[in-house]
Design a protein around this ligand. Structure first.
Ligand SMILES: [Zn+2]
Length: 363
């Protein structure tokens, strides 16, 4: 029997499955779905946000936030806020990073041109799953994501015999690695994000891959190997191979740590499909145009695995496994763990609605 992963991102219903707002420009703006504009970065000191072009300032956005650009009109850019709403900001008030041109992963791929989006699951009042001793999934997700970011942002060597990763010159730093929430943002990265926002950061950055970092809850049994899941976007080419490689590397990286692992009914690289629409069940994966996966590394709801998640060794092993999976996905045509056939899935899981989400303002 399939149980919902309680920590997983909400399906579309979580914050409006019929919302097309982020792809429909407000009248007056010119849509830039394939245009040069990509991400607006709020500079030091913040940036004024208005609900309409030439309108009064609604609030001053917190510095270092990424704002995906939806459309443009003269001096104004229509952007998606961290709460997935659409607002306007003056072009001169932000730094603009153009959308990266798409490149095909495989042998010969130039890593130094790669754009990766790392999405730490949950944040702010959305704490995700909880461990028996009170730790919150959102915090582990962020710590692991920061380690992954740091691997990607600097050149590394990988010993493929052992899986060991260390600074070196075998694999260059990627061109850009964006975190949807990171330590340079408000509250050291502990703030709420909408699913549409998370997907749109990847879409507007032109990401070669979007990796969401989560940890699971509500196991149904145990396994002798880690009960890791990697959910892939059935609708985005390459996502299945990315999931399969990350899953294989997670097995290699996490297996040495514990004798008994929590598990769900089906574990491995898999897709969940909404039987009513035939589309991806998870809103993040459905909305993303990039090769996208949601990684559920360990079961935080089990005392043993919660303890493991609190150690730097396991956090590093998790991050390095995802790093190796990404490197193999981008630079080879290998496949990893065979993917499980897409599974019809419906249920009520996930993050709270963003209806009371608040965009962080500049203090
Ligand atoms: Zn989660």
């Amino acid at each position: 029997m399939l149980l919902a992963a309680a920590c997983a991102p909400a399906p579309g219903g979580g914050e409006g499955s019929n919302s097309t707002a982020v792809t429909s420009p407000t009248p007056g703006g010119v849509a830039v779905p394939d245009g040069p504009a990509g991400l607006a970065i709020v500079p030091q000191g913040g940036a004024d946000i208005s609900s309409v072009i030439d309108g009064p300032t609604s609030y001053r956005s917190h510095e270092n936030l990424l704002l995906p650009i939806v459309s443009e009109s003269g001096e104004w850019l229509q952007v998606v806020t961290t709460c997935s709403s659409e607002e306007w900001v003056r072009r001169s008030d932000v730094e603009i990073v153009a959308r990266s041109a798409a490149a095909s992963p495989g042998p010969g791929f130039d890593l130094s041109n790669a754009v990766i989006v790392v999405d730490p699951g949950h944040g702010g009042r959305d704490k995700g799953a909880k461990g028996p001793s009170g730790s919150n999934e959102k915090d582990f997700n962020l710590s692991i994501s920061i380690l992954l970011h740091n691997r990607l942002a600097a050149p590394q060597d990988i010993d493929w015999e052992t899986g060991h990763v260390r600074p070196g010159d075998q694999y260059p730093a990627v061109a850009s690695v964006w975190m949807t929430r990171g330590p340079e943002g408000p509250d050291d990265g502990d703030f709420e994000l909408g699913l549409a926002y998370r997907a749109d950061v990847a879409n507007r950055a032109g990401a070669d891959a979007l990796v969401a970092i989560h940890n699971n809850s509500s196991p149904t049994g145990t396994l002798s190997t880690p009960g890791s899941d990697v959910f892939y976007a059935a609708s985005s080419p390459g996502s299945d191979r990315l999931a399969s490689l990350i899953h294989e590397e997670l097995m290699r990286g996490l297996s040495p740590f514990a004798a008994s692992w929590s598990a769900g009914g089906v574990n491995g690289p898999q897709a969940r499909i909404d039987p009513e629409t035939g589309d991806d069940f998870y809103g993040l994966l459905r909305r993303s145009d990039s090769s996208s996966v949601i990684v559920e590394g360990l079961y935080i709801s089990t005392a043993k695995e919660e303890t493991l998640l609190g150690t730097s060794l396991v956090q590093m092993a998790y991050a390095d496994a995802v790093y190796r999976g990404l490197i193999r996905y981008l630079t080879s045509d290998e496949s990893g763990t065979p993917v499980i056939e897409p599974i019809p899935f419906s249920g009520t899981v996930g993050s709270p609605s963003t209806s009371s989400c608040v965009v962080p303002t500049q203090p």
